[in-house]
Design a protein around this ligand. Structure first.
Ligand code: DGY
Length: 335
């Protein structure tokens, strides 16, 4: 009789996925709040002779980890992003890599809008003001900010999440511009159907003409610090930057200077570099008046996290059974 395959899960994911895995496999879950070290993952994979690994975006999965168990056939990450996984090394070792695209698109676009709105209308700052007992009277210029309706939204990276973010601009009668490696007529047509006229422009034009710039590119070599000092200087001084993609897409020191010197008005970040952002990080001196930070919760709706867990389980199952993955990072990366 062949042994039941073993799956190591680096942190507790929603039960929807774990239950499905437990039905078929030995499942070992590391029930801790903080991420394991790389050495810990390697040790556990080796001890368990694991066939599958379920990981999070905070785990580094490189060649050493992939070599830890000779039985490993699949790594399934509880994220759409797979920049923490050495895909080339996985391909070389014939280890399949699953991820969770699509399912978190709308939820993440919702959060991009939450940050956009809160930066524009200063809601976090307003709450802090009330809590500090500073609210003495109605004020004609108290906490004024720019209008969202009728403004120009610039989307850098019109992929799934960028398009979903742009689609929401219809309700605010905004002009939408986008930039990226190439023009996307299909996306433009999809947006036109809901009344959003998305215009393809080069990045310089987008930065110079947008009231709000929202980032939706994956973190790859060409997008590292895509937004640095020169880009921030191109933005109008009353503009707002929103980042729900990856922290490394923005040069943190340059953003610090931009907020300090007023090159832009405000920034809303769900992702940071470093991440997590320590509570005493210098960037936080701009909060809440110039900066709002959330702890990488773009996909954090209950329903979406449940669906992500189910997708992770489906990818793990397929990988262990030697079937094509329903959501293969390799395929989605065009490798
Ligand atoms: C992802 O999945 O890559 C998001 O950043 C977190 O849900």
């Amino acid at each position: 009789m062949t042994a039941t395959p073993t799956v190591y899960v680096t942190r507790k994911i929603p039960e929807a996925g774990l239950a499905r895995l437990r039905d078929r496999y030995e499942v070992v879950v590391r029930d801790e709040k903080l991420p394991p070290s790389k050495a810990h993952i390697e040790r556990r994979l080796a001890d368990l002779d694991a066939d599958g690994l379920v990981c999070l975006l905070s785990d580094t999965i490189d060649a050493d980890v992939l070599d830890a168990s000779s039985d490993l056939s699949v790594v399934s990450t509880f994220s759409v992003g797979y920049d923490h996984i050495d895909l080339e090394a996985a391909i070389e070792r014939d280890v399949a890599v699953g991820h969770t695209p699509g399912v978190l698109t709308e939820t993440t676009a919702d959060l991009a809008w939450a940050l956009l709105m809160t930066c524009a209308r200063r809601t976090v700052e307003g709450h802090a003001y009330v809590e500090a007992d500073e609210w003495e009277t109605w004020g004609p210029t108290l906490l004024t900010g720019p209008d969202v309706h009728g403004a120009t939204l610039g989307i850098i990276g019109l992929g799934n999440i960028g398009t979903a973010t742009a689609r929401r601009a219809a309700g605010f009668e905004m002009a939408v511009r986008y930039s990226g490696r190439s023009r996307k007529p299909d996306r433009e047509a999809e947006l036109a159907e809901v009344g959003v006229d998305a215009t393809y422009v080069d990045r310089e034009e987008l930065l110079a003409e947008s009231d709000f710039v929202s980032l939706h590119v994956p973190l790859v070599e060409s997008t590292e610090e895509l937004i640095g000092a020169s880009e921030l200087r191109q933005m109008p001084d009353d503009s707002i930057l929103v980042n729900t993609s990856r922290g490394g897409v923005v040069d943190t020191d340059a953003l610090d200077t931009a907020l300090e010197e007023g090159w832009i008005a405000r920034a809303g970040l769900d992702v940071t570099d470093p991440e997590p952002l320590p509570g005493d990080h210098p960037l936080l001196r701009h909060a809440p008046s110039r900066l709002v930070v959330t702890p990488h919760i773009g996909s954090a709706s209950i329903g979406t996290r449940d669906r992500m867990a189910e997708m992770v389980a489906a990818c793990t199952e397929a990988g262990i059974e030697g079937e094509p993955l329903p959501h293969s990072a390799r395929q989605d990366a065009g490798l």
